[in-house]
Every structure is written in structure tokens, then in C-alpha cells.
Design a protein around this ligand. Structure first.
Ligand SMILES: [Zn+2]
Length: 236
């Protein structure tokens, strides 16, 4: 964790653990942070209410972008299409492919990059981690490297010094994120992961299973209320 400190980061934030710990990490590195979230009609849009509380706790600005019209065009994903059920099981199960929203991170990062360039920010940040790689192609290192180059080329002459895309946890696990968040004093109780978007975390969908497993592996107390407290089989 000895990256150079930056001046100003625009962070894509969801109200989940990964982007919240990323916000605390960037701040710990001496960066001013501004949160950008996206309403793409996700089933679990309750995450955005959680994000509002996190922004308040951090004392940083938060702006939400309405992409509901775009989300309506991205059918077939369990996150945006009410006719597709959110699968239970482990986050890395092939069944989780139904939770991929086509080209989502490209769309969000593209907008965030535009915002960052217009504000003279030197970092566009995203909270992807190694556990995302098996299922989500737009969370993989290759995607970030190539998008970083495209943003550089597409904004040549208009970028702040040292401008870069940054995903500080890209090669780390969710358990590493839980551990780092604990060190940084992240209020995990304010974060939301569940794809089903009920009033409490379901405890059995892929992202709930992943969340529970991360806290266990990191030996960090999990403050989350789960509807199903039974230890999921898939988390072995
Ligand atoms: Zn869940």
C-alpha cells in the first residue's frame, strides 16, 4: 500500500463493501474523494440509500446518475430484469453469470472518466477485486488496462497530471478487503451487498455468501443481519 498519494479521485461507489473500503483507502492515501453512483434500475437499488449514509459518514460529496433508461435496454440480467431470478449459491458459481449486466462497468467508468476529466481529477477509481474475475469480464485486469489506455487516448491534452484509472484491490480478495476495511475503521454495518434487495440481506444469494465468507476468512466480526443465518454449503 505505498502508491503515491493523489489530489482528487472520482470513485464509482455502490454502497457495497468493495467500493466503500476503496473510498476509505483512497482517503487514507491522502486523496480527496468524490462518490459517483448509478441507478440502472438494479433490483437492489436499496444499495444507493446505504451509499447516501456512507457518504455522510465520510463527509464526502455523492452524486447519483440516472441510467434507468439505459438499464431498461439491458434485459436478460437478474439484476435488471424482473423475470430473471437472482441465483443462490457461491459468488464464483457459473450460475452467477445471470447477474452480469452487459457492459456495465464500461458504461459507468466511461461516465466517471468524463466527470473526472471535466473536474481536473487525477484518479478514476473502482472497487473491483480478484473474486470478481471468474464471472465478471468487466472486472478483470485486462479490461482495466485497455480501458485506461482508451481513456488516455480519448482525452489526450485534457488530462490532469498523473491521470489514471485505479482499482486498488484488483489483485486482492474480498477477505483482504474486509481485513483492510477493518483496519481503516469502515462502518460495514452501513454497507449493502445483497442482490435480492430485500429489507435485510438474504444470506443465500451469491453476493451474500461472498460477503459472509469474506468476514469469516478475515476473522472480522460481521455486523450484517441475514434473513437466513444457516451456514451456506457453497462457502466451503
Ligand atoms: Zn442476498
Amino acid at each position: 500500500m505505498t502508491k503515491p498519494s493523489s489530489k482528487y479521485a472520482v470513485l464509482i461507489a455502490s454502497g457495497g463493501m468493495d467500493s466503500t473500503v476503496t473510498a476509505y483507502e483512497l482517503r487514507a492515501r491522502g486523496s480527496e474523494v468524490s462518490l459517483l453512483s448509478f441507478d440502472y434500475g438494479q433490483r437492489h437499488r436499496t444499495e444507493l440509500d446505504h451509499l447516501g449514509k456512507i457518504a455522510e459518514r465520510l463527509g464526502v460529496p455523492h452524486q447519483s446518475v440516472d441510467l434507468t433508461d439505459v438499464g431498461r435496454l439491458l434485459g436478460g440480467s437478474a439484476l435488471t430484469d424482473a423475470s430473471v431470478e437472482v441465483p443462490d449459491g457461491h459468488y464464483s458459481d457459473q450460475s452467477m453469470r445471470s447477474t452480469v449486466v452487459p457492459n456495465r462497468n464500461m458504461i459507468m467508468l466511461s461516465i466517471a472518466a468524463g466527470v473526472a476529466v471535466s473536474r481536473g481529477a487525477d484518479i478514476v477509481a473502482f472497487g473491483a477485486h480478484a473474486g470478481d474475475h471468474p464471472i465478471y469480464p468487466d472486472c478483470r485486469p485486462t479490461f482495466f488496462e485497455q480501458l485506461g489506455k482508451a481513456v488516455q487516448a480519448g482525452n489526450e491534452g485534457f488530462l490532469a497530471d498523473g491521470f489514471r484509472l485505479e482499482a486498488p484491490f484488483l489483485h486482492l480478495t474480498k477477505a483482504d478487503i474486509a481485513r483492510r476495511g477493518h483496519e481503516l475503521g469502515v462502518p460495514f454495518e452501513l454497507t449493502w451487498s445483497c442482490y435480492k434487495g430485500g429489507s435485510v440481506h438474504c444470506g443465500t444469494c451469491g453476493t451474500c455468501v461472498e460477503r459472509r465468507e469474506a468476514f469469516t476468512l478475515a476473522s472480522v466480526a460481521d455486523p450484517t443481519e441475514y434473513a437466513d443465518r444457516a451456514e451456506p454449503e457453497a462457502s466451503r
